[in-house]
Design a protein around this ligand. Structure first.
Ligand SMILES: O=C(O)[C@H](O)COP(=O)(O)O
Length: 228
């Protein structure tokens, strides 16, 4: 049965520092490394062993994938990295402290920027220290200046449909190591969550989520692997 494993990267340095991260490339903390290893150990313990992997172009997701695969003896499987699985771009909020931003703009405005379906954060200014347009990994890619969840869905879902779903449909066990909001985009689609209800969905770090697909490639219930 085709099986999909979704895992959000382990705690990152800016998760720890409570800063808006988006496309900025921060590494895992020691806790994040432990979470990634524990995710892989859980895959081994539950005998849900990936045969194909997909991840973003961001270090925290790539390292989480590698640590998890190493922990379950699957470092050798084919993997694909692609920017379509990157975190939602946080625009002009990138790098800011989340609490200081609440103090300045109010809880409600920050909640809208973080969790509304279609209101993007302010755009990243030209010349920002966090502008990644010249980063070699994004050569030839039109780096966004900001993204709402809706805009994130608009680039995650075509990639899902064209690159991941066909692999899954061939009977593989696919692991996707990605980010809070690129995974919210996928879960919204797979679990049929409405635009209103998705605002309440949080995806914890380092906690594998599993979907099994039937012969018609309809996803079953979303399950945390730890609860199976
Ligand atoms: O980009 C970030 O800051 C985090 O990965 C996700 O942030 P959020 O919880 O504000 O969506």
């Amino acid at each position: 049965m085709p099986t999909l494993i979704l895992v959000r990267h382990g705690q990152s340095q800016w998760n720890l520092e409570n800063r808006f991260t988006g496309w900025w490339d921060v590494d895992l903390t020691d806790k994040g490394v432990s979470e990634a290893i524990a995710a892989g150990e859980l895959l081994a313990a539950k005998n849900v062993l990936p045969t194909r992997a997909f991840t973003s172009l961001q270090t925290r997701a790539i390292r989480t994938l590698h640590l998890a695969l190493e922990a379950c003896g699957r470092l050798w499987i084919p993997e694909t990295k692609n920017w379509h699985l990157n975190e939602r771009h946080y625009g002009g909020l990138t790098g800011l402290d989340k609490q200081e931003t609440r103090d300045r703009h109010g809880d409600e405005q920050v909640h809208i920027w973080r969790r509304s379906f279609d209101v993007p954060p302010p755009v990243m200014e030209d010349g920002s220290d966090y502008d990644l347009a010249a980063d070699a990994r994004y050569a030839g890619i039109d780096v966004p200046r900001t993204e709402s969840l809706k805009l994130t869905i608009e680039r995650v879902l075509p990639y899902w449909e064209s690159e991941i779903l066909p692999v899954l449909a061939s009977g593989e066990t696919v692991i996707v190591s990605a980010h809070g909001n690129s995974l919210r985009a996928l879960v919204k689609h797979l679990s049929g969550i409405s635009d209103d209800d998705i605002t309440g969905l949080e995806i914890p770090t380092g906690q594998p989520i599993v979907y099994e697909f039937d012969d018609a490639m309809n996803p079953g219930e979303r399950q945390y692997l730890k609860d199976r």
